[in-house]
Design a protein around this ligand. Structure first.
Ligand code: MTE
Ligand code: MO
Length: 387
């Protein structure tokens, strides 16, 4: 079957009902991307398994996008991926409170309206789940415009005391966790150092693409840490706690922890790190054809370090420069285009790599550090297709 047929939901339902999804698909017309320009067609990848399908957003569920559908710089609130670990709490705007507690001069206890009196800041940020992978064709990703107030402003209002070390962010969502053979109720929480928390780009966001934050994305308030993996962006944020000890919790110490073998002062050691800043990564997401001209589209994500460039290699050939979109901003995803001239008919393999101004180059799968865990998948990702 043509894997692109998965896009038409009514047709998919019909096929599913008939139980002939794979078998009957050969007779279906090819899927055409709605936003394709006149005369432009999508060239299917041959590496996409037939079973790959993306569902509509559903309450409580994980949602990923079909990255072949990326047609605009901003991801709509409906397409933006969704991940959470303890379900999606419904937080009532009227009774909502945000508390700032712990090692501060003045603890704060604010309604949403009171919080929203702070100066509004607009920021574009794209991010992916630390568990995003080539198996999902990098679908746990999105890029949106966010509005909120600066986290540093609120922390300064509260007055962080000398000796404080960490800021902990708690969500309204809770789950039962078995810790030391005891079932306890825990809220989703993440922490960071005071210096990281004070980075000027961090937002307490109440708007996404001009709409109040949707339930899926943390209504009414979420933390946004531009340049970090999605897990840092605590949704349904209700409490910010300042303390002088390290916060211990599943999403800092056990889950979203990468184990890799690296050199530590000349000794080879297995090191665990909590998933934080986004590793330099690029990936090709779609190829289109128009009048015999082929265009390759991809994205780059990283921690906000400016890029030196993105390159594409065809069939193991030389790296050729791709063109970065003029719409890219420091913390957005960085879309790029590559004009693929006169590809010969037949099977091809294409791959991209990003390089930042500090000379970091996105590694090949072979150069990738030995790593045990599914977090942080930033190796070069080769795609295959037939011309
Ligand atoms: N409160 C809360 N915030 C959370 C999570 C969660 O389970 N609970 N999941 C995190 C993870 S792992 C990711 S990848 C992002 C996803 O954000 P999104 O659903 O808005 O794309 O939310 C983060 N914030
Ligand atoms: Mo995640």
């Amino acid at each position: 079957m043509n894997p692109h047929d998965i896009q038409d939901d009514s047709r998919r339902q019909m096929l599913k009902g008939a139980g002939v999804f794979a078998a009957g698909a050969a007779t279906l017309p090819g899927w055409v991307l709605p936003a394709l320009a006149q005369g432009e067609t999508l060239v299917p990848f041959t590496d996409v398994p037939e079973a790959f399908q993306v569902r509509e957003k559903r309450p409580g569920a994980t949602h990923y996008q079909d990255t072949r559908q990326i047609t605009s710089h901003i991801t709509s609130n409906d397409d933006f991926y969704v991940v959470q670990h303890y379900g999606q709490p419904e937080v009532d705007n009227d009774s909502y409170r945000l508390r700032v507690t712990g090692m501060v001069d003045r603890e704060l206890d604010l309604s949403l309206a009171e919080l929203m009196r702070r100066d509004a800041v607009d920021l574009q940020a794209g991010f992916e789940c630390g568990g995003n992978s080539s198996g999902l064709f990098n679908g746990l990703i999105g890029n949106a415009n966010w509005r909120g107030c600066a986290l540093s402003q609120l922390l300064n209002e509260a007055g962080v005391r000398d000796g404080a070390k960490e800021v902990v962010f708690f969500g309204a969502d809770v789950g039962m966790e078995e810790i030391r053979e005891r079932e306890v109720e825990k809220a989703f929480a993440r922490s960071m150092s005071i210096a990281d928390a004070m980075r000027p780009a961090n937002l307490l966001a109440w708007e996404m693409n001009g709409e109040p934050l949707p339930v899926y994305h943390g209504k009414p308030l979420r933390l946004l840490v531009p340049g970090w993996y999605g897990v840092a962006n605590v949704k349904w944020l209700t409490q910010i706690h300042v303390q002088d000890t390290r916060y211990m919790g599943r999403f800092m110490g056990r889950d979203y922890v990468t184990l890799k073998r690296v050199m530590v002062g000349g000794e080879e050691r297995w090191v665990e790190n909590s998933v934080t800043a986004i590793q330099l990564k690029s990936a090709i997401v779609r190829v289109t054809e128009r009048g015999g001209e082929y265009n390759v589209l991809g994205f780059v994500l990283n921690d906000g370090t400016p890029l030196q460039g993105v390159e594409v290699s065809v069939d193991g050939g030389p790296w050729q420069p791709a063109q970065l979109s003029g719409e890219n901003t420091r913390y957005s995803w960085k879309l790029f285009n590559f004009n693929w001239e006169n590809p010969a008919p037949g099977e091809h393999a294409i791959v991209s790599r990003a390089t930042d101004v500090n000379g970091n180059v996105q590694p090949t799968a072979d150069e990738f550090p030995e790593k045990v865990s599914r977090w942080e998948n930033y190796a070069q990702f080769q795609r295959t297709l037939t011309i």
